[in-house]
Design a protein. Sequence first.
Length: 340
Amino acid sequence: MKKLIGHLSDAIGSYAEERGQMPDRAWLGTYLGRKLPDWAPERIDKAADEITGTLALQARKLAELQEARRKGMSAEEWFAVDVQECSDDEKRQIVRSTAAALREHTGYETADLTEAEDTVRNRSGIGLKDALRTVAHAAGNAALAWISSDEYTEVLEETIEENASQEDAQPKKKGFFRQLLEEGAVAGLKVAISAGLTVSEAGEKSESTPVRMLATVAHKVVEEASVFFDVIRGKKKLSEAVTHLKDTAVAAFAGVIEQERSGELGGKMATAVGKAVGFVFGPVGAKVGAAVGTFLAQKVTSETVIKAAKGVAEFGKKALGAAASTVKKVGGWIKEKLFG
């Protein structure tokens, strides 16, 4: 975790110091070129384009969902409409692969989700449109269940303590994350986090994770951090925070589908969607979320951040309703995958 936090802190600090000198896309290419000298210029350009394209797509999806909500539509209804361009076979792939990925990577499993799987397997039951609503509901619930779990708060608290000594060793970088949030530079933060994740992944693996998945994680975790920041500042009610968290997850899920539908795996849409859902909603996304969450403890006490997290968690459990029974399972599952 320390290494990841170091990469993210460096990228955030560099972005904060250099953003006034060039557009975000130019900064991204420059930063990646500086940090990844073994990458050819063509690879740098491709990665930078994919990151900015993914972030634009995810921002558009979230804005469209929020607009639909203002018109009285639920997130699940919006999702079912959003994927209407997919063929019936693709929709069945979405249901099957998402249910399997959530079960494998988050431990989330309910009778409704099983029924949706049975519907597409047997082509009978609740109907394909309802099955799509169910998997969108499950994606939002799985994300909220993790954030509402005691295990999430424990991981966040442990990571904040671990990060404190590293922050003291890098005083120049301290406070940039909150500074950018205060200035409303959420889009820029997503670019910086994407850059830090790309550098981190390139150093950890011989075969890097597709940068579009890293950018989707960056989008999701920065949105989550901004929600906690607004709760801390008293600018967002707990009910609004929980709604935003679920909407972010459902919109991110829709963005993954649009991107992977025409992705590099060609006809293997189920494989591509399952891999992306597992990456974004599972332990990897959770680890990045905890790392980014620690930056909120800059300039305020860790107790303030944890208090906000616990407040959101308690309201989240209530909002989950019958699915609240999944909170402990999802929390334990993801924490075990992270540290077990």
